[in-house]
Write a protein that binds this ligand. Structure first.
Ligand code: 5AD
Length: 346
């Protein structure tokens, strides 16, 4: 089959692993354009021209994990650690609400200070102050009962990337005490608890092959998450992967389109990492099938400290305070920012 035929096939059925491998290792600019066109049409048919906003609040840079790629891994002695207070987080929500955000994403390292009780009371407070808003958590791996408590407190969504669906590859990116089995269990738990759940992977992470990406696609197809976070790996100087090459922008764009075609209703962000490696990343991501943008709502004083990778954009258009500029950019490509909650449409 030609690549065009493979892309067409994906509209109605899943590809085999070998077909994904072939497509991902031989795609051309024409294939990218072809996939983007289909992806965009599918997305427009479900979500129209609306691009949803999420206000990202980076609540803590403390992390007990030690992922080899990540700048806030616990072994990074150079990382600047901070932890927002509940009042500071609520102040971010207040500011975000005023700007028009109706989703708040609380993301942080796996920080023991964010106990189940603390997170639940925080979520309840946000939901009572802003009943028209969705709350998304992205706080890593937790036991089932903790996720359940988050849900009962009113949490709407949860983001937890699987990072790679291949066991061997997972172990090359993470310390021994972390496991893909646990990660996958967490994702199944989140879905069974009724969260709008986000999985996803880095593109071009060290040792990644087309086969790994094929397995990621097959895993996503089986899991059917409501959201998929997908961005390029970007090396961080204070990690073991400091000298590794970063992920390919084109491959990210192509994968965004393929994910949209494979999971038509998925909420798909044009990620910060994509915007970091290309000044037009956000727009090109949207044109390839993305429909979510997550501007940074964290207090300015801590933004530079939540450094997952080198050069992370966090001011300029990336900043929640500059939504007008994002609005203009979306308008210039025929899209508009929606100030609704932007829930998953079944
Ligand atoms: N480059 C790109 N993305 C990264 N993440 C962590 N470190 C990096 C990096 N060096 C991503 C991971 C994580 C998400 C919050 O950020 O995929 O799940």
């Amino acid at each position: 089959m030609t690549n065009t035929e493979l892309i067409e096939k994906l509209r109605t059925q899943i590809l085999t692993k070998d077909e994904f491998i072939l497509l991902l290792s031989t795609y051309t600019k024409e294939d990218m354009d072809y996939a983007a066109k289909i992806a965009r049409k599918i997305c427009d048919g479900i979500y129209g021209k609306d691009i949803y906003l999420r206000g990202l609040i980076e609540v803590s840079s403390y992390c007990k994990n030690d992922c080899f790629y990540c700048g806030i891994r616990r072994s990074n002695k150079n990382a600047q650690r901070y932890r927002l207070t509940d009042d500071e987080i609520l102040e971010c929500c207040h500011e975000g609400y005023g700007i028009g955000f109706r989703t708040f994403v609380l993301q942080g390292g796996e920080d023991g200070q964010f106990t189940k009780e603390r997170v639940c009371s925080l979520v309840k407070e946000i939901k009572s102050r802003y009943p028209d808003c969705a709350v998304t958590l992205s706080l890593g791996e937790k036991p089932y009962d903790e996720y359940k408590a988050y849900k009962e407190a009113g949490t709407d969504r949860y983001l937890l990337r699987h990072e790679t669906a291949d066991e061997g590859h997972y172990s090359l990116l993470h310390p021994n005490f972390m496991s893909l089995t646990v990660r996958k269990q967490c994702l199944s738990d989140l879905i069974s608890l009724g969260f709008q759940t986000g999985a996803g992977m880095m593109v071009g992470s060290p040792y990644q092959t087309a086969e790994h990406l094929a397995l990621d696609m097959l895993y996503l197809y089986k899991l059917k998450p409501q959201m998929v976070g997908l961005g390029p790996f970007i090396p961080h100087r204070d990690t073991p992967f400091y000298a590794e090459p970063g992920g390919s922008f084109e491959l990210c764009i192509f994968l965004l389109s393929l994910v949209r075609i494979m999971l038509p209703n998925v909420l798909l962000p044009a990620t910060t990492a994509l915007g970091t490696i290309n000044p037009k990343g956000r727009e090109l991501g949207v044109l390839a099938g993305a429909n979510v943008i997550m501007p940074n709502l964290s207090p300015l004083s801590v933004r530079k400290k939540y450094m997952l990778y080198e050069g992370k954009i966090c001011t300029g258009d990336e900043s929640a305070q500059n939504v007008r500029s994002v609005q203009e950019k979306m308008k210039s490509i025929g899209y508009r920012i929606s100030f609704s909650r932007g829930d998953f449409i079944k």
